[in-house]
Design a protein around this ligand. Sequence first.
Ligand SMILES: Nc1ncnc2c1ncn2[C@@H]1O[C@H](COP(=O)(O)OP(=O)(O)OP(=O)(O)O)[C@@H](O)[C@H]1O
Ligand SMILES: [Mg+2]
Length: 344
Amino acid sequence: MSDIVLCKREKEPIILGIESSCDETAAAVIRGRKLLSDEIISSAPTQALYGGVVPEIASRAHTDAIDEVVDRAISHAGIKKEDLGAVAVTYGAGLLGALLVGLSFAKGLAYGLEIPLIGVDHIRGHLAAAYLEDEDLKPPFVTLLASGGHTAILFAKTETEFEVLGSTLDDAAGEAFDKVARVLSLPYPGGPQVEALAREGKPTVPLPVMLKGEGGYHFSYSGLKTAVINYVHNKEQKREEWSRADVACSFQHAALDILVKKTAEAARETGVGTVTAGGGVIANGYLREALTEMCAREGLKLVLPAKKHCTDNAAMIASEGLLRYRAGLFSPLSLNAEAYIPLS
Ligand SMILES: Nc1ncnc2c1ncn2[C@@H]1O[C@H](COP(=O)(O)OP(=O)(O)OP(=O)(O)O)[C@@H](O)[C@H]1O
Ligand SMILES: [Mg+2]
């Protein structure tokens, strides 16, 4: 295969985004920052039978879905393949077999159409989802990243450069939601289930306060998760009555209030006027309201991705693709899938 395909860069290119890092096969088309189509075929219902993602099942499901999902994205966008100006695709981090399905497909398409390939780091995709919501969004800003594998506060210096102000020292927020969901016998994926149950409860269960205001912008979810597990086991052993909804609600407060507090501190310290967010946990309604209230109080502009663009999707990959296209950051066709990419 040849090297990087260079092109005359258009101002409002049409970009196809492809995402296949976990259990969603997704494709989306944007023209500039305008979303033209947004398609997902998810294997989550099958994965739910196993209580989590089985990599081999995910890879097979991607192979079955990729043709259809890309065809749908192109036809729903009202364009032809030949109109595409670039293909952006997640090359990591994620399940290698799953990533390879999307990456190989994207390479074939880019090579065949002689258009640039843009390899996208999945996490940068989560961060770029906010750009789809606001045509005028420009760095610098502070971003709260909270997903299944990451929890961090970042300072976006430019559209392609950010600085990590702090991150989790152990579990990610989404991971903690999933583990607490299991303890509460809720099905996978746990986050939305815990949120729904929390709505019926009160925050009355005493849980530890994370890092007690110390630790800069770092987080630690392992102690909180263990406290929930111990509380439930203790109650069950003693055969005492306890409320699943109150546990869910108390956990949700403990897990999310700290994110809002530290985001506010980061905005104050960096002096930015704008806050954005990204990642699956940002779909949480309680967190969205708390961020909205905090930003109103602090006089900050808040740009939240639509809920469907918080969990894995291809629109965010196309959006990050546009930022990289504008910066001329194209990828060679020799680009390989990466299971792990450090947050940097
Ligand atoms: N409403 C919600 N409330 C809380 N958590 C949620 C909600 N919706 C989704 N989540 C959590 O978000 C996570 C999924 O988000 P995402 O798709 O960004 O994670 P991932 O792709 O597995 O991890 P990463 O993006 O870090 O590689 C899961 O842990 C899920 O429980
Ligand atoms: Mg993700």
